[in-house]
Design a protein around this ligand. Structure first.
Ligand code: NAP
Length: 506
């Protein structure tokens, strides 16, 4: 299917161009030109979002649910072009993009049903006690209200599910917050088609056009202005620690500081307990290799580190991991920048003291091949940089002397999105010592599985202590993600008829 993007920004229902441009860098086919974002466009988008809030922020849950479902329908209606363009731009296989589209429309529909159910409003009512002594109690009711316009940065590694109509956008719109998206330069054509789908849904549902704007990148100034714009009340971001931290700091330095919900790096360690390794170490090694190389390792939940006790079982585990990784061919990475960062990360690990290369490969240009390294618990504990994310299919095995050292390695971890334990029933006593540590480190703890593949559901947490995220109380996946864009308001002695619709007694 051929699709030629017009390359414009969508600002409050109108496709507009600026006077400068940038080109994308597709993995196949000719590059295409896109209008570059500007401070003036960001200003217009934010002002339109604020104007839209006065209707959208007070709209009924039914109207917003219908809007979310219509966006999902409009994305489905454009499925073939989204897949084709997305695949050309990012190098991701078509099957992966089809799956990601399913997840994207699935989460839009999930948020629609979530707001209809209404639990997220967390309604509370302290009934007035006029005769209470020594003082009467007033009537107090609480409800969660939307916060205002939200900025979202499209992520490179999920061009659909964490981008223009991804989880951040779906949860903000569900809450009643207009959104200004800063598109990622790795997939501007894909962003354009998805923005067209949202535009069509806005027109069908009669929503204020300022409720959604897409401003392409092309200059750092775009993202910097967006997070500092006085009308923006929160930011959703998925990407690198460096960029996330820079944007977080800008949010904190504002006259009115705002929350920056950054989902950043994580090495997602796996702890392999002795009985599980003895019983099925080879099977775990095979599963790990699959999880590590899935999507060329470009997942925030990629399990980059495996920790287990030294000895014959550990050696057999390493050999099995090598055998499973060796046949994995080169995979195309999302951008040249990510491929370069992968090679730099490999060099950092390869040159670290006490690290040996177990599986050597070579990768060039935008290609990624898997690497496997091994080190000891002692070296790990002496070198904090071994715990930093390498974005790509690189694994590090850490062999420890005993379970006490394994616990020390766990204690040394930075904040993680996930921690995994592979265990059998006989490992339970040791795991009961490990879990309280992991609970302080990660947003999600798994047993006997692999963390890649984040279920979009009620009970999911995709977040964690810094640097996994910049806000440990939040998740960017699952229905609880809506809480990021709400704030509680108490209404004291406000007459029933003047309360928000959702607080009135039916
Ligand atoms: P990135 O460098 O973090 O950039 C993400 C977004 O932030 C882009 O829109 C970028 O705009 C913007 N940005 C970056 N630095 C900025 C700054 N100082 N001020 C304002 N805006 C800024 O992510 P990426 O380009 O997708 O990939 C680079 C690396 O990020 C990867 O190699 C990987 O290490 C990491 N990454 C991690 C995850 C994860 O989930 N853990 C996901 C994706 C990427 P520009 O495009 O204009 O620079």
């Amino acid at each position: 299917m051929s699709f030629t993007p017009h390359g414009k920004h969508l600002i409050a229902g109108v496709w507009v161009a600026s006077d400068s441009s940038f080109s994308n860098a597709p993995t196949q086919g000719p590059a295409q030109w896109f209008s570059a974002g500007s401070i003036e466009l960001v200003n217009r988008a934010c002002e339109a979002a604020e104007a839209a809030f006065w209707s959208f922020g007070y709209s009924s849950r039914e109207a917003r649910a219908a809007f979310l479902n219509t966006i999902a329908d409009e994305i489905e209606a454009r499925a073939p072009s989204i897949t084709t363009v997305g695949s050309l731009e990012t190098g991701l296989p078509e099957g992966r993009l089809q799956g990601e589209r399913g997840r994207t429309v699935g989460q839009l529909r999930l948020f629609a049903s979530h707001i209809l159910a209404g639990d997220y409003l967390d309604r509370r009512h302290d009934v007035a006690l006029p005769d209470r002594q020594p003082l009467p109690r007033p009537d107090i009711r609480l409800i969660q209200r939307p916060i205002g316009p939200v900025a979202v940065f499209g992520a490179s590694n999920f061009p659909l599910a964490f981008s223009t109509a991804g989880g951040d956008v779906a949860s903000a719109l569900a809450a009643g917050c207009p959104v200004v998206v800063k598109g990622h330069e790795a997939h501007p054509g894909t962003s354009e088609i998805v923005a067209e789908a949202i535009h069509a849904a806005i027109q069908k549902c009669g929503v204020h056009p300022g409720v959604f704007s897409l401003v392409h990148g092309g200059s750092r100034a775009v993202g910097q202005r967006l997070v500092q714009h006085p009308l923006i009340k929160a930011v959703g971001f998925t990407g690198s620690l460096g960029a996330g931290r820079a944007l977080f700091d800008l949010c904190a330095k504002r006259f009115e500081p705002i929350p920056f919900f950054g989902e950043l790096g994580s090495v997602n360690p796996m702890f392999l307990m002795p009985h599980a390794v003895a019983a099925r170490g080879l099977e775990i090694a095979k599963g790990w290799a699959g999880s590590l190389t899935m999507g060329a390792g470009q997942f925030c939940t990629n399990p980059g580190v495996a920790v287990l006790t030294e000895g014959a079982s550990a050696n057999a585990f390493i050999d099995a991991a090598v055998s499973a990784l060796e046949p994995v061919g080169a995979q195309v990475m999302l951008t040249e920048g990510i491929a370069n960062a992968y090679r730099d990360g490999r060099d950092r690990v390869a040159n670290a003291v006490g690290v040996r290369e177990v599986l050597s490969t070579t990768c060039e240009l935008r290609q990624a091949m898997p690497y496997l390294f091994a080190t000891t618990g002692r070296e790990w504990l002496a070198n904090a940089s071994l715990g930093h994310e390498v974005f790509g299919p690189l694994g590090l095995v850490v062999t420890v002397k005993d379970n006490d050292e394994l616990l020390e390695v766990a204690r040394s971890l930075e904040g993680q999105l996930t921690c995994t334990v592979h265990m059998d029933a006989e490992d339970s006593a040791e795991v009961s010592r490990l879990l309280p540590i992991l609970e302080r480190k990660a947003g999600r703890i798994l047993a006997n599985g692999f963390p890649t593949g984040v279920e979009v559901s009620e009970a999911m947490v995709h977040g964690g202590p810094y640097p996994a995220s910049t806000n440990f109380g939040a998740t960017s996946v699952g229905t609880m993600a809506i809480r990021r864009f709400l704030r509680p308001v108490s209404y004291q002695n406000i007459p029933e008829a003047l309360l928000p619709e959702d607080l009135r007694q039916k």
